[in-house]
Design a protein around this ligand. Structure first.
Ligand SMILES: Cc1ncc(COP(=O)(O)O)c(C=O)c1O
Length: 366
């Protein structure tokens, strides 16, 4: 079976993790710092603080954006539940905007309609790794004094108008969960535009204690007085070691993903029963997913399955969950998206022969 996802573990991983294990220093230390600096260098990130999940990154970023109880945060429903739950952790209110049917990304026109006096932040999600319309979102945010927290869990290595995702908004959050482009087992990162937010991120991820400003005393404990309750969200050294190993050939792996995505695109553009997502070329998707709209979706899934190929909707609108208060009315593009969106395999273990088999199977019809 050609699976939808794959966990990439680089050859170097054993050696890198063994180094940490032999050092006996498992928690957050030099290896984490080294991983953060390597991420900044590899992706052009600003002020990167790692954490132990993408969800933790979103929660911390929203808190650093000063989202408080009762505030509203505008996000798309086309995402994973983590994006909405992070808002609920702060007792704030997720307000679901519509999406663009041909990308799955939040619609700027819909954000405008959802703005209220209670809006505090906008949380765009780069669905499948394709960057949202950031210029429009950022100018809207500036006009209304709002923070932008990008959910870039799918978008490691993506660029928007030549700028790396992770260098643009107030906060950008990544996930290094098992099946993402770059895995640390579980893990995440927040990139902060301001150095002040960056240092707050580093202390809030570790109980609210700033390691740099809390030296050990002769009594054997650090000197600190926590002013705001922080979390145990830091990354540990052996997760970072896996990240360092997986970073080595990241650019080669990303290029291969893009190459396969372009191959899919070329062969499916004229396929009847399929409507490809409309990606414009001022930005580069990191292609965590390859999605499109398909007619007779269940027949399509069955046809692929019979040829040993997985296909999946990956996530369906999250406001279906009772915790978010039930379906938001009037999201017409989202409703249409839900009816026909599908994704086919695109990952590091996928060979060109696999991709050809997928295309040939689709071309047979369903
Ligand atoms: C869009 C999106 N945001 C956030 C997350 C949460 O990341 P993590 O699993 O690392 O907490 C995920 C997936 O895992 C996701 O797909």
């Amino acid at each position: 079976m050609i699976s939808m996802f794959h966990t990439h573990i680089a050859k170097q991983a054993n050696d890198e993790i063994q180094k940490v294990l032999s050092s006996g220093f498992l928690s957050e230390g030099e290896t984490v710092l080294h991983f953060e600096k390597s991420l900044e260098k590899a992706f052009g990130f600003k002020n990167c603080a790692t954490v132990n999940s993408g969800t933790a990154a979103l929660h911390l970023a929203l808190e650093l954006a000063e989202v408080e109880a009762g505030d509203e945060v505008i996000l798309p429903a086309q995402t994973f539940v983590a994006s909405g739950l992070a808002i609920l952790y702060l007792k704030a209110v997720p307000v679901f905007a519509d999406i663009d049917y041909l990308t799955g990304n939040i619609s700027v026109a819909s954000i405008k309609e959802k703005l209220s006096v209670k809006t505090k932040a906008i949380l765009p999600v780069h669905w499948g790794g394709y960057p949202c319309n950031l210029n429009e979102i950022l100018s809207l945010a500036a006009e209304h004094g709002l923070k932008v927290v990008e959910d870039a869990a799918h978008a490691l290595g993506a660029t928007y108008q030549q700028q790396p995702i992770g260098s643009i908004s107030d906060f950008t959050c990544f996930s290094f969960q098992a099946i993402k482009h770059l895995s640390t087992g579980d893990g995440g990162a927040i990139c902060c535009k301001s150095t002040e937010d960056y240092s707050r991120a580093k202390s809030q991820r570790w109980f609210g204690i700033s390691r740099e400003h809390a030296p050990l005393t002769e009594l054997g404990e650090r000197t600190y007085s926590i002013t705001k309750a922080g979390y145990k969200y830091h990354m540990n050294n052996y997760a970072a070691a896996l990240g360092i190993a997986n970073l080595v050939d990241f650019d080669v792996r990303l290029k291969k993903r893009i190459q396969i995505a372009n191959y899919y695109r070329t062969h499916l553009i004229k396929q009847s029963g399929i409507r490809l997502f409309n990606y414009v070329n001022d930005r580069q998707s990191s292609y965590w997913l390859f999605g499109f709209h398909v007619e007779k979706r269940i027949d399509f899934i069955r046809k692929l399955k019979s040829a040993g190929i997985a296909a999946s909707v990956v996530h369906q609108r999250i406001d279906r969950n009772a915790v978010f208060g039930g379906l938001t009315k009037g999201l017409s593009a989202q409703e249409a998206f839900d009816e026909s969106q599908i994704h086919i395999p695109l990952h590091d273990a996928l060979s060109m022969e696999n991709a050809e088999h997928i295309i040939n199977t689709i071309k047979q019809g369903w």
